[in-house]
Design a protein around this ligand. Sequence first.
Ligand SMILES: NC(=O)c1ccc[n+]([C@@H]2O[C@H](COP(=O)([O-])OP(=O)(O)OC[C@H]3O[C@@H](n4cnc5c(N)ncnc54)[C@H](OP(=O)(O)O)[C@@H]3O)[C@@H](O)[C@H]2O)c1
Length: 233
Amino acid sequence: MRYAIIGLGKIGTAIAQAFAIQDIEVALAGRRPPEALAALAAQIGPSLVPQRVEDAVKADVVILAMPFAARGDIARAAASWQGKLVIDATNALGVPPEELEGLPSTAAIAKALPGAKLVKAFNHLPAATLAHGATTQQGGRRVIFVSSDDDAASAAVAALADRLGFAPVELGKIAEGGLLIQARGHTWGRLIFQDLARFDPLTWTGIRGRQQDSADKDEVSPDELTGILNSSR
Ligand SMILES: NC(=O)c1ccc[n+]([C@@H]2O[C@H](COP(=O)([O-])OP(=O)(O)OC[C@H]3O[C@@H](n4cnc5c(N)ncnc54)[C@H](OP(=O)(O)O)[C@@H]3O)[C@@H](O)[C@H]2O)c1
């Protein structure tokens, strides 16, 4: 699976950091040529590969992290968008709804990229918050909201968010639950800016991980479990 991020600005950099932490190769492209992105990419991590936009959009999964207004430029950069998974991390705040024919902005992007499977994700947090990474200060997994009219595409992006260490929460269709993470006119969806975290329940493996001396043990007995739980209270 080849990944690309279009736009290495504030939000693109935060997303690129998440890929770098997991050592997942991802192409990066913006208006500037690849040479101009090289220093920043190298600083973030070795799995980031600067490219021209025309090459980056050949990836299987393209993450849009440029201004919403640049969608036409990006649409023209690929010979075909058929079957491509496109993650829309843009926010169209201030764009008059009539300019979008009343559609949520992700649906307007879908119209510009015929055949692409559009998924809204990685757009609901300020870049500075997302840049803190997938784990919150309290140790939970930071929630990433996902919405799409294509259930399989939504599940694929949820799986990617999970692989990056986040806690995906699928909201359903773009014009239904997905409206909670759309900006329309001058209004933010109600889940935008909500920095939420999921705390996974303790598992046998997680509990074992708490034991200083259990590295060579395969199992935890019920008695040991009781001891661990008591000692952690
Ligand atoms: N900043 C946030 O907190 C935040 C949070 C969530 C979502 N968003 C959304 O994310 C998007 C980007 O915001 P940002 O704050 O990251 O903006 P930004 O810092 O200004 O970065 C924009 C990036 O897009 C690239 N770009 C602009 N026009 C382009 C074009 N025609 N073709 C290719 N690349 C182009 C720029 O490339 P060059 O540098 O080469 O010019 C730059 O790397 C916006 O839609 C915004 O609403 C932002």
